[in-house]
Design a protein around this ligand. Structure first.
Ligand SMILES: Nc1ncnc2c1ncn2[C@@H]1O[C@H](COP(=O)(O)OP(=O)(O)OP(=O)(O)O)[C@@H](O)[C@H]1O
Ligand SMILES: [Mg+2]
Length: 227
C-alpha cells in the first residue's frame, strides 16, 4: 500500500478493560489506517476485534491512549457526532436494521438524521441499492429478505453519508459461504473504486488474506501479519 496516502484513523497506545479493570481486552495498541486501504482485524472470538472497532467508531471510549479519526477525536462527544454524521460508516455484525420497516425506510433513517433533502436522499438510496443489486427490494420489509440481502442493506445504510472510513464488524459472520463472498466482494470494491478505507473484523482467514493488510488481534495485543 502506498505510504504517501493520508492516515485516516490512528490509535496510539490504546488500552481498554471492562469490569473495573478485571477484563483487560486491549493493551497499548497502536494502529494506522490509510485512505483507501482495506485492513483486516483478524483474531479469535473474544480477542478484542469489536472492542477496537467500537473505540475507533466512538461507540466506546478507551481507558488510556489517543485516537484520531478523520482529524477528529472519537473520545470527545462533539467530535463523535460529526464523525457519525459525515465521516464514518459502521456495519454491525447483526445488521441492526429495523425489521418491520422496508429496505427504503431503513435507508431513509440516516438521511433524516442528517437532514439530507428528500430528493438527494432518494437519489442516494437508488444509487446505493442499484449498486448492491437490491433496487428491486426497496419496498420489501427487512424481515422478509434474506440474511445476505440484509447485510447488503446494512452496508448501504453505512454508506448513506458517503463516509471516508467504513468500520465493518464481521459483516459476513452470519452468512453462508457464497453470500459471505459476495458481501465481502462488495466491501472490497468500495475500497478499491471509491477510495473508502475499510477496517473489517473477521475470524476467517480467507477474508483476512483478501484484504490489503492483516492485523492480528491476540492476547490484548495487535501485530501486523507480513504479506
Ligand atoms: N461490555 C463488556 N463488559 C465486559 N466484558 C466485555 C464487554 N465487551 C466485551 N467484553 C469482553 O471483552 C473481550 C473482547 O470482546 P470483543 O467483543 O471485542 O471480542 P471479539 O474479538 O469481537 O470477539 P467475537 O469474534 O466473538 O465477536 C471478550 O472477552 C468479551 O467478553
Ligand atoms: Mg466481535
Amino acid at each position: 500500500m502506498n505510504n504517501a496516502r493520508e492516515i485516516l484513523a490512528s490509535a496510539r497506545n490504546v488500552s481498554k478493560s471492562y469490569d473495573g479493570g478485571r477484563v483487560a481486552v486491549l493493551r497499548d495498541v497502536s494502529l494506522d489506517v490509510r485512505a483507501g486501504e482495506m485492513v483486516a482485524l483478524w483474531g479469535a472470538s473474544g480477542s478484542g476485534k469489536s472492542t477496537l472497532l467500537h473505540l475507533l467508531g466512538g461507540l466506546d471510549v478507551p481507558d488510556r491512549g489517543e485516537l484520531s479519526v478523520c482529524g477528529l477525536d472519537p473520545r470527545r462527544e462533539a467530535d463523535r457526532l460529526v464523525l457519525r454524521r459525515h465521516h464514518l460508516g459502521f456495519v454491525f455484525q447483526l445488521h441492526n436494521l429495523i425489521a418491520d420497516l422496508t429496505v427504503g425506510e431503513n435507508l431513509r433513517v440516516p438521511a433524516i438524521a442528517l437532514g439530507t433533502p428528500r430528493a438527494a436522499a432518494e437519489a442516494r438510496i437508488a444509487e446505493l441499492t442499484r449498486r448492491v443489486g437490491l433496487d428491486h427490494r426497496l419496498a420489501h420489509r427487512v424481515q422478509d429478505i434474506s440474511g445476505g440481502e440484509r447485510q447488503r442493506v446494512a452496508i448501504c445504510r453505512a454508506l448513506m453519508n458517503s463516509p471516508r472510513l467504513l468500520l465493518a464488524d464481521e459483516p459476513t459472520g452470519s452468512l453462508d459461504e457464497a453470500t459471505g463472498e459476495s458481501v465481502f466482494g462488495l466491501l472490497k470494491e468500495l475500497a478499491a473504486r471509491d477510495g473508502i478505507a475499510v477496517v473489517l473484523a473477521t475470524h476467517e482467514r480467507r477474508f483476512a488474506e483478501a484484504c490489503d493488510r492483516i492485523v492480528r488481534v491476540r492476547n490484548g495485543e495487535i501485530s501486523e501479519v507480513p504479506s
